[in-house]
Ligand binder design. Sequence first.
Ligand code: BGC
Length: 520
Amino acid sequence: MPAVGGIPVGAPGREYPGNLTPFVTVTCIVAAMGGLIFGYDIGISGGVTSMDPFLKKFFPAVFRKKNEKASTNQYCQYDSETLTMFTSSLYLAALLSSLVASTVTRKFGRKLSMLFGGVLFCSGAILNGLAQAVWMLIVGRILLGFGIGFANQSVPLYLSEMAPYKFRGALNIGFQLSITVGILIANVLNYFFAKIKGGWGWRLSLGGAMVPAIIIIVGSLALPDTPNSMIERGQHDEAKEKLKRIRGVDNVEEELNDLIAASEASRLVEHPWRNLLQRKYRPHLSMAILIPFFQQLTGINVIMFYAPVLFNTIGFGSDASLMSAVITGVVNVVATMVSIYGVDKWGRRFLFLEGGVQMLICQCIVAAAIGAKFGVDGDPGHLPKWYAIVVVLFICIYVAGFAWSWGPLGWLVPSEIFPLEIRSAAQSINVSVNMFFTFVVAQIFLTMLCHLKFGLFLFFAFFVVVMTFFVYFFLPETKGIPIEEMAKVWKTHWYWSRFVSAEDFPNVEMSKEGQALKNV
Ligand code: BGC
């Protein structure tokens, strides 16, 4: 199936011939770098901000507060606006640049967007690694954020246009997997770099983002244009030759014709944003906003960004904090693989509901454990070992719950429910809402920890309850339903059917399977 807006369209169930050629392999490597660098930036900042030499140099007030152990409230030791700005500025920049990137990607091609992303990453990493003042750190993070906006917009698009159709679903969650691997690499490097004598290890942590950045730059210069973007520019013969080389077979006629048809169909869409406001798209618009909102309100990024800071706050030494972050990083990667395995077997709803209940239980236990020890004044007294083990254990079970539900499905489900005519607009909303709430959580977490104390975990637990009910009542199962027939899940839904009537999406036929969905 060809892809528009990164998501496949075309005749359902049709298979095109094609092999895993060197072209496709290189594409996968570059795509993996895109996810990796995003994950690396998510995971690196928390570890770095728990390193004393880094704090002493850039955030001396935080450093002082942290070391006045006897009297200070532990919950508030990291509460500093500039420190939060260091972490969260990246997401605001990513939000802004992903809006610009969509135009660059469409007008000048995926390759240029990737190159742009790579160059911005590289300069951000250099500036961060060499930083002498706080402004250099923040400007560096903003450059990284711009890079992420470009890369996250263009890499998945390039990927789904180049990948043989059979591998597209797996590659979708594969991108999420490479994000989690990036987070893990950042956690492991922080652990080792923190031990470097002389206290400059944080420079290596921050500068290390250059490695995947350079691979993206080289990759974007070496990679070919996608046949889709050649077709968009009217070069049908060249596109055919390219497709033959990419797929490694001569028999590409059928795929080429579908690509041309898809390109024409997408050109006919005149007002994607205005379309989105039509009544029949109400379920899609709701999902494009609520799914990313809920994904961030699970509170996962509190762990991803600030795990070492959090572990430090609740009484672990620096080394143990960084080690615990490595442990949660491993759990995140492994549990994402469980999702890849199970998503088409057990279905999306099962994973969402199970993951929600699992996260909820863990959040309550962690809140109780921290509350019992620290109370409201933030003074832990002596912390026994069992306590540390319980907290890390339940945080790991929580991370696993996220990593096989809201983590990958928060990206997969929106990508499969939007019909072609609103796809790119709806996907932009999805990405922007995600980045916005990532920013909000990063920005307010340390202040919330200071004020809400252990209740912070209950705050996120409340949202997990809401989102789990939401999934139960409002999210239909999308497992095994061809994208082209997705409208039937709304037409047969107890609530959404009041917005989507039988006349809407007339090309979608009601099957027995569709009727059966009524009972879901
Ligand atoms: C989320 C990120 C999060 C990551 C953790 C992604 O799906 O969008 O915000 O940090 O999962 O693995």
